[in-house]
Design a protein around this ligand. Structure first.
Ligand code: ZN
Ligand code: ZN
Length: 356
């Protein structure tokens, strides 16, 4: 599996006439060699791969790293890179420009003096854009865990409880079910706060008749899940019900339209045009979704400008919403994987309006 992931790098070697690529972004390192620790780098040449770490990680690397030789480095990792470059005739070495600070780049230029350092841009992020079978199963498993955790604590959403209490209960339940942690700071936005698409859980007390948007996800084996449920605490009233129904239909229509070959902006438009036709076009300000994997937000982006084309194996969110200042909001989000003829929904909470 890791071998086939690394063979996908071939086109970068060809496109940029590279002898090697130095990976230091830990998500890419994990993806390409299996190392899950918090410090390390991977140097991949056309025929070899070396995992570079200091003595704190050698034992962990010996357990986890596959298909790469482990090199324990001294105080300065770049000295090891320079020595490998000299031994193996690596003259043009690519690096992850988006994950390299200016000072790290200066250090690299100094230590790897004489080597052509080639900036690899956002096209490098595309190496992880289509998930393989093992990744899809990991993403399905973390999505299922996270949905189960929400269903287990849903009953705690009631008048008198603070938003932050819901977030804490949910995180605790995820950990109990085996998650490493939360995928991001949960959004729990009740009543008027629902108009903030990214309203983090606050001290606000939930009141009867309010809608509550909960956007949550777990982290397991490095993979993230992402799901949003908007529930009501008692009868939320006609307007809120109407908005929920519109967002739900927009969400369902978009999920029905997911298939290989569709351009992301056209998929975005399936939900957006429906919301616009219902008179709420001005209240859906963000893109329809994003890729999910070793990062919570990754390629592709689903927005009115996105020209990316969906392919089998991509894992994306579908998350339309309507947000009205002074009133509240509704968002409904599922994570799905693109299959040969449509999609499979990985997240599991029923998206019909749940009245608690
Ligand atoms: Zn989300
Ligand atoms: Zn999302």
């Amino acid at each position: 599996m890791l071998k086939s992931r690394r063979s996908n790098l071939k086109r970068f070697f060809e496109k940029h006439s590279l002898d090697a690529v130095l990976f230091s972004d830990l998500r890419n390192v994990r993806y390409l060699c299996g190392f899950s620790g918090t410090e390390g780098a991977l140097l991949v040449s056309t025929n070899n791969a070396w995992f570079l770490c200091d003595s704190r990680y050698t034992a962990q690397a010996a357990e986890e790293v596959q298909g790469a030789e482990i090199r324990e480095c001294g105080a300065i990792r770049l000295d090891t890179v320079a020595a490998l470059a000299a031994d193996y005739d690596l003259h043009r070495v690519g690096f992850e420009a988006a994950h390299t600070t200016v000072s790290a780049y200066r250090r690299m230029s100094e230590k790897l003096n004489g080597i052509d350092l080639v900036e690899l841009g956002s096209d490098l992020d595309e190496i992880r854009i289509c998930k393989d079978k093992a990744e899809i199963e990991q993403l399905a498993s973390v999505a299922e865990l996270s949905s189960r955790a929400f269903e287990a604590i849903m009953g705690e959403i009631k008048p008198g409880v603070r938003e932050v209490d819901i977030a804490l209960a949910l995180e605790f339940e995820m950990r109990r079910l085996g998650a490493e942690g939360k995928a991001f700071d949960f959004i729990v936005a009740s009543g008027e706060r629902g108009s903030m698409p990214h309203g983090r859980a606050s001290d606000k007390i939930i009141c009867s008749g309010e809608m509550i948007t909960v956007d949550f996800g777990a982290l397991k084996d490095g993979y993230h899940s992402d799901e949003t449920v908007t529930v009501a605490c008692g009868d939320p009233g006609t307007r809120a019900r109407e908005i929920h129904a519109i967002v739900k239909t927009a969400h369902d229509l978009a999920i029905e339209a997911v298939r290989p070959g569709i351009i992301c902006r056209d998929l975005d438009d399936v939900a957006r045009s429906y919301i616009r036709d219902k008179g709420y076009g001005d209240y859906f300000g963000h893109g329809l979704g994003h890729g999910v994997g070793l990062e919570i937000h990754e390629m592709p982006t689903l927005s009115p400008r996105s020209t990316a084309v969906l392919q089998e194996g991509m894992v994306i969110t579908v998350e339309p919403g309507i947000y009205i200042q002074g009133f509240g909001g509704v968002r409904i989000e599922d994570t799905v994987t693109v299959t040969s003829d449509g999609c499979r929904v990985l997240t599991g909470v029923d998206k019909k309006l749940i009245i608690l």
